[in-house]
Write a protein that binds this ligand. Structure first.
Ligand SMILES: [Zn+2]
Length: 113
């Protein structure tokens, strides 16, 4: 019963020329990325593709990394960062996170425009 499927499956990865050109047959890996907000994003990469160290979180725009326990910090080259860093020194972390959300929302709105 399962014999037919097993034979088919073994042929997909080791098929003759032509299969890879269609893209669909290329083997893929799904790798999780986590941003500083804890959003998990799973990105599918072709097996031969270079996997980037960072991936922009589609939900909040922060860079996301593959280490869930140590996500990358917010980018330092954003124009609001100086002000944000200044504000964060004077506030609790919770307030800082709220401000970060706010800043990111504004940034996203600007990018989308
Ligand atoms: Zn996120």
């Amino acid at each position: 019963m399962a014999g037919g499927n097993a034979i088919r499956g073994s042929r997909v990865g080791a098929g003759p020329m032509g299969e890879a050109e269609r893209g669909e047959a290329a083997p893929r890996r799904r790798l999780p990325f986590w941003c500083a907000h804890g959003h998990e994003t799973r990105i599918a990469f072709a097996d031969e593709a270079d996997v980037p160290e960072l991936w922009d979180c589609p939900r909040c725009g922060l860079p996301a990394g593959q280490d869930q326990t140590n996500p990358p910090p917010a980018p330092r080259n954003e124009p609001y960062k100086t002000h944000l860093a200044y504000v964060r020194e004077r506030r609790t972390d919770a307030d800082g996170d709220a401000l970060l959300e706010e800043a990111l929302t504004r940034l996203r709105a600007r990018r989308g425009a």
